[in-house]
Design a protein around this ligand. Structure first.
Ligand code: PLP
Length: 375
C-alpha cells in the first residue's frame, strides 16, 4: 500500500530494536531508563514503548496527563518552572517531581509535604559536551538548575533526589564525565538523598555507542552509592533512526541559476531543528555536499511564506521532477512534538509501519485540527 505524502513514517521493528537495547542496558546496570516525552509524544505508540520501559517523564502538565492516560504509569516530572494553578494536580500525579530552584521547592513546600510527593532538585554540574548554545544547559549563568554556590551545606529538609541534565546525543564517555562532575560537586548531597536522575542525551542506540562502558560507569556509581535509585531519561535514544519524513516535490522554482524544489512540507513547521540548530538532515539518495555522480544541485524549499524556510543546496544523481518523492531520514525524535501549523501549513500524517511495511497506525490532520488550535 502506498504511504501518504507528506507523512512521518515510524518503523515499529526499528523502534523495538532500540527499546530492546535500552532495556538490556537498564537490566545490566540496575537502573531505570524512561522516555522523555519532550522528544517523542506520539501516544498511539506508547503501548509498544511501555512493553520495554518502566515509565516516562513529563515537563508540563499536558505531558504528565498524556503519560498517565496513555502510558499507564505515574509520570516523573521536571519543569523549569511550575504554574501555581497546576502545581497541585501535577504533584499529586507525580512519581518523582524535580524543582528547578530552591525557591520553587520552598514555594510549594506545604503542598508537596501534604501530598507526600518524592521531590528532587535540578542542579547544574557546570559540565556539558554540547557545543551548540541552544542545547547546552550547563551555562553557569543559565536558568536550568541550581549551581553549587547556591546550595546549603546540608540538603533542605525533605529533599529526596537530585537531577542533572547536560548531555545531548552524547556518548558513554560523556556520561562518565557527567557522573564524575556531579560527584565532585554534589557528592555530599548524594550521600544523603534517595534518588539521582541523570537526565537525557545518552544516545545508547547510536551505532558505535559503547553500551558496555555505560553499563560499567552506572554499575560503579551504584556500588559507590548503593542506597541511590538511579534513573536515566533519554528521549532521542528510543526512537533514534526509527522513522523518516516522506514528502513530494510540488513545483520547481528557478531564479538566477538557483533551482529550488518546492515540497509539501516545511522546515520551519515540521523540521525546525534544521533551521534552529542548524543541521543538515540526511536526504535519501542525495548528497549534502558536492560529490562525483551527484551533478544536479537543488535547494529544498518549504511550503510556508517564511523567506528562510529552505535548506541550502543538496545534490542529486538525476534532474528532479514534479511528483518525485523525497525522504528526510531520522525524523522521529523532536519533529512531531515540535511541529506547528504556522501559515496554516497542514501537518504531515503520522503512520506506524510494521516489519512488512504495512500501516498499523495512521493519523491524518485536517482543517478541524487547525481550527481547534485557534478557538
Ligand atoms: C530535562 C531533560 N530530560 C531529558 C531530555 C531528553 O534528552 P534527549 O532527547 O537528548 O535524550 C531533555 C532534552 O532536552 C531534557 O531537557
Amino acid at each position: 500500500m502506498p504511504l501518504p505524502s507528506p507523512a512521518f513514517v515510524i518503523e515499529e521493528d526499528k523502534m523495538r530494536r532500540n527499546l530492546e537495547r535500552v532495556a538490556d542496558v537498564a537490566r545490566a546496570a540496575g537502573v531505570d531508563i524512561i522516555l522523555a516525552l519532550k522528544a517523542f509524544a506520539y501516544w498511539p505508540a506508547f503501548p509498544i514503548i511501555a512493553e520495554y520501559l518502566p515509565g516516562a517523564t513529563a515537563s508540563s502538565l499536558n505531558e504528565a496527563l498524556l503519560i498517565e492516560k496513555h502510558f499507564g504509569r505515574q509520570p516523573h516530572v521536571y519543569a523549569p518552572v511550575y504554574r501555581p494553578a497546576e502545581f497541585r494536580q501535577i504533584a499529586a500525579m507525580a512519581h518523582h517531581l524535580t524543582f528547578n530552584t530552591l525557591t520553587e521547592l520552598e514555594r510549594y513546600r506545604a503542598e508537596w509535604e501534604e501530598l507526600g510527593t518524592s521531590v528532587g532538585l535540578r542542579v547544574n554540574p557546570e559540565y556539558s559536551p554540547v557545543e551548540t548554545d541552544l542545547y547546552n544547559p550547563s551555562n553557569k549563568h543559565g536558568r536550568l538548575g541550581e549551581t553549587l554556590p547556591n546550595l546549603p551545606t546540608r540538603p533542605p529538609r525533605g529533599l529526596r533526589g537530585l537531577h542533572v541534565h547536560t548531555l545531548c546525543e552524547s556518548d558513554a564517555a560523556a556520561t562518565a564525565t557527567l557522573i564524575e562532575r556531579t560527584r565532585a560537586q554534589f557528592g555530599h548531597y548524594l550521600e544523603q538523598i534517595e534518588w539521582l536522575n541523570l537526565g537525557g542525551g545518552h544516545l545508547m542506540t547510536r551505532e558505535g555507542y559503547d553500551t558496555s562502558r555505560l553499563i560499567g560507569v552506572l554499575t560503579d556509581l551504584r556500588k559507590r552509592y548503593p542506597h541511590l535509585k538511579v534513573t536515566l531519561e533519554p528521549g532521542s535514544a528510543h526512537v533514534w533512526q526509527t522513522g523518516y519524513l516522506q514528502c513530494t516535490v510540488l513545483d520547481i522554482v528557478n531564479n538566477y541559476g538557483s533551482a529550488t524544489l518546492m515540497l509539501d512540507v516545511s522546515f520551519t513547521c515540521h523540521m525546525p531543528d534544521t533551521l534552529e540548530m542548524p543541521y543538515r538532515p540526511v536526504v535519501r539518495a542525495a548528497s549534502a555536499e558536492e560529490k562525483e555522480g551527484y551533478a544536479y544541485p537543488y535547494r529544498l524549499g518549504g511550503m510556508s511564506c517564511l523567506a528562510g524556510d529552505y535548506l541550502d543546496t543538496y545534490y542529486f544523481r538525476q534532474p528532479a521532477r514534479v511528483g518525485d518523492t523525497l525522504i528526510f531520514e531520522d525524523m522521529a525524535h523532536y519533529t512531531t512534538v515540535k511541529s506547528t501549523m504556522f501559515n496554516g501549513v497542514p501537518h504531515p500524517d503520522i503512520v506506524v509501519v510494521d516489519a512488512e511495511g504495512d500501516v498499523v497506525q495512521h493519523r491524518s490532520f485536517g482543517y478541524a485540527d487547525y481550527e481547534a488550535r485557534m478557538g
